[in-house]
Design a protein around this ligand. Sequence first.
Ligand code: XMP
Length: 513
Amino acid sequence: MEKEMIIVLDFGGQYNQLIARRVRECNVYCEVHSYNMPLEQIKEMNPKGIIFTGGPNSVYGEDSASCPKEIFELGIPILGICYGAQLTAHLLGGKVATAPVSEYGKTEVEVDTDSKLFEGVSPKTICWMSHTDYIEKAPEGFKITGTTPVCPVAAMECEENNWYAVQFHPEVMHTQEGTKMLSNFVYNVCKCLGEWKMDAFVERTIGEIREKVGSGRALCALSGGVDSSVAAVMMAKAIGKQLTCVFVDHGLLRKNEGDEVEAIFGPEGQYDLNFVRVNAQERFYEKLAGVSDTEQKRKIIGEEFIRVFEEEAKKIGKVDFLVQGTIYPDVIESGLGKSAVIKSHHNVGGLPEHVDFKEIIEPLRMLFKDEVRKAGLELGIPERLVFRQPFPGPGLGVRIIGDVTPEKVRIVQDADAIYREEIDKAGIAGDLGQYFAALTNMRSVGCMGDERTYDYAIALRAVLTSDFMTAESAELPWEVLGKATSRIVNEVKGVNRVLYDCTGKPPATIEFE
Ligand code: XMP
């Protein structure tokens, strides 16, 4: 598909996606594949370079991830990172051993700036190390281009064959000049041109969709989240009225969100598509009445969503294509075998069983989240939608502890809207990974004027996170918390107390359910 591509071969390292993202940030298209991808297939893809990731194994382990030595004979530049560097040394006749002391964390590495890999990098540069084995002796023909007091071979290369290896992780941000090194690899060594740009991608994908769909019809479940919105707009630009978007309002959206989605995608909006809004609030509230178990709530919401969507789809009749907002991390996570991290939760939606369609279209399948956002901007989608924070498929259903009632939804919607407004006003939204209000199931005594109250406590949460797998509670300025608190207790009926969640993930989760 792409003329110019770098392949990341994944040996089970936790940073496989990060390497690909960094390479793409250098405007070079990059895909992640399993370490056991057959050489024939690699050849067919004709990559400009290959990067071996780190991994949890030792090269001497019995079932350690490895690849055929012949990969070095393909004439394609190779960069080995951490385990990938050790594997390079091992396969080419060097020596890997257990290091006398493990190196972990930020480490100063002395590098040879005459190397193509370290061009423009400081001679002493801070890099992120995380290893117990190390390369004790470089293979013959290799030059040592980096050392630390512990590592005799922190970097090595065989320039003639375009083989490079680094013990540290250039892809993580703690390696201060890591992006420069990766950029040097793709430009100086692999001679890439840097053709991966979002505008070109968007234009080409629109053309491909048009060709694929022909005169057929497509159906898209629109949630108002970033992925489904960008997918829908891309489809709409390609096939206009041949697309129908179904937006199910389950009554668990943030305040005014349903109307906002309708304003953008509905008949008054800027796109030429068929938009169906289903106001299914009552149905969801009925199904959820009296249910307080979280997993059961999630299940009910997910299933009901599919039922509503199917009913709408039936009204539309047979469609040729079902559009899904799948993005590249989902593809990597579900398809790479050894290192696969299977997602523990699913979006509301899933795949409906009773919708009559021929094929699935996933226009964002090859994009990382930040690229989806860039594509969204290219497509002219409003910034407030493109930079929307993640919102769980089951919506406020998982931000209300205990059973869900319309009254509780109203309380959490109002409190959340105030909290978000105050964070926006303080100008700190961009620093936070995710922030929201949740409704605890706790009621307690308070006093309002001369009256005794017995009302709910709202919990405010704000976290810093880069991957949503771990997070720390954000130290919000007291002023912001104070302002939000006083507005919530004054403006939201039914609340007399506001708490701030100081817990990280782990041990808590980001959501408050
Ligand atoms: P937790 O609460 O598991 O959340 O720490 C991690 C991230 O995932 C989001 N989340 C979901 N997203 N469907 C989604 O699409 C879900 O069911 C769901 N549950 C949690 C959560 O908002 C956070 O960003």
